[in-house]
Design a protein around this ligand. Sequence first.
Ligand code: C2E
Ligand code: MG
Ligand code: MG
Length: 580
Amino acid sequence: MFTQNYECEVTQIMNNLPENSADFSETENTAEVLEILMDFTETLFYNFKTTDIFQKAFEQIAAYLQICKATVWRYTGTRIQSVISLYETGVPVDDKTQIEEKQMHAATGDHFIYRLYRCGNAPALTHTQRRVLEHVFKTLHTYLNRQISFETAQYALTHDMVYRCLNTNGLNIELERYRNEGLDFREYATVFMNVCKFKTINTKIGFENGNKVLHHIVNYLKDLLDEEECFAHVGGDNFSLFLKQDTLDKKLQAIDGMSCDIMHEGMNHRLRINFNMGVFRIDTNEEDIPHYLENANIALGFAKQSETHNIVQFNQEKRTMYEFSKMLENSLIPALHNGDFQVYYQPKVELDSFCVTGAEALSRWFHNGSAIRPDSFIPIFERNGMIIQIDFHIFTQVCRTIRNWMDNGIAPVTVSVNFSKISLETSGFVNHLLRITEKYGVPSKYLEIEFTETCCMENEEKFNEILAQLKQAGFMASLDDFGKGYSSINMLKNMNFDILKLDRVFLTLDEERGRIILDSIVKMAQDLNIQIISEGVETLEQITYLKKLKCEKAQGYFFDQPLTAEDFTERLHNRYYTMQ
Ligand code: C2E
Ligand code: MG
Ligand code: MG
């Protein structure tokens, strides 16, 4: 029964040949063979992406080689990925079927096994037929490789190739598709999230394991999300998600704090993975898709800054603040060039004589007619690293002013300049300062560098090295805002500061407690040979109090607000304050 059918099919194949076809098993007509081969090849290469392309191509060549079926098996390593049927005539395969097989590797590292099934009663292949067969294998392989490259390129446009999930573009396209299908976006939320301390994870368990953590997150999300929810890996340790609002809280809870087992140095480590998350509960169907994702990203920015909340909901006020920051970021470089950044000088005064002995340089940004105080822009520029430009700009302006005093016969006073911890990361920080002082011919003893405690906390050793270099170069160094944060006495003992700037918080303490604390700080500083200056002095009572404690210097509105360079220069002509 089977044999009969089979023979019948072979006959059909033979009958389907063009009328003038030669009996190929008998004669080898080179021109015609070539023609058939060309037809086969051209069908594949000029009809790219046609659905039944292989079927059509094999119809050109099947009779010549008596092929009744063709398949290709795709393997990754030893694992089978897929079996593709290339040609089918309906002729069943049995133990008489002759199988011609060839294995070839693809550029992706996968390998393919091509199988061509020849009718059981087909005569043995002639030499020419065998060469044609070889050519068929190679043509098929070239074609498949081209198709795979094309599909890979298509996939890469919308997917992350390492983690095998959507990328930003893919997420946009997917959400656009949901929208076209009429999904009500008001039932959904977008979430932007970022792994907390991923840098530390990478440093502690290695880059490779860091990647495994990201793989774990991707797989976890794939399992957790429902249909019509989706997510994308949007680079680094960032993910954006599109989730239903009714199960949102439950899902966010499940994601934040997920655990992941990682082998490191022969030991299994169970990591708890926490996230900063920005959440936007979509409230309108009218906006563009990128707008929904951006709102969640804006909220994420706030979550990253917050010390208490790792999940932050978007609201309009946050967008306004975000736009303000962006506006400042975009205006910074032109502002530096246009001279919109000015240095104000707040006098430092000796309490015994009321004589000006120095100043602190404070930056002011004149933007659209009003002065922006540093507290509003410094956190923004610390985050994007642009603070470095501001700090060195202010330092340069100060050197220029001191040079001016020197050129005009005004005895300079030491001016302190604030430097952010971010600026300290500049390689060759002290050399950079020296290059500027040398450019203006200003002795380094006229410059003092103010650091806040956050500069010293992260890498004590490195910071001490910078302090040593500053001293070596002749600069003074002060610890600013002592008492404002978590300042520790140890910091004073372990680090070689010249000056301690007491925050004005001490002046607000109730008299008895404040006196005890201040008294011991002043004593300790004196023992350590560190000068003390009190900031934010506003009243005569405070001055009297500080003098009693033997605090030698002060700075504050009682004497002067920060002054323009011209006004401060005027002050240097008349250095003594009189008591009102
Ligand atoms: P800071 O270094 O502690 O500067 C003292 C701040 O206290 C200044 O605020 C000053 O105007 C203010 N102040 C002075 N006397 C009084 C007073 O009697 N009462 C009160 N209530 N406040 C007084 P400003 O200029 O707004 O600066 C704030 C902070 O911004 C500074 O604190 C400093 O840490 C930072 N900063 C200023 N300019 C720069 C800069 O160029 N680079 C960096 N990295 N930070 C800067
Ligand atoms: Mg300061
Ligand atoms: Mg201060």
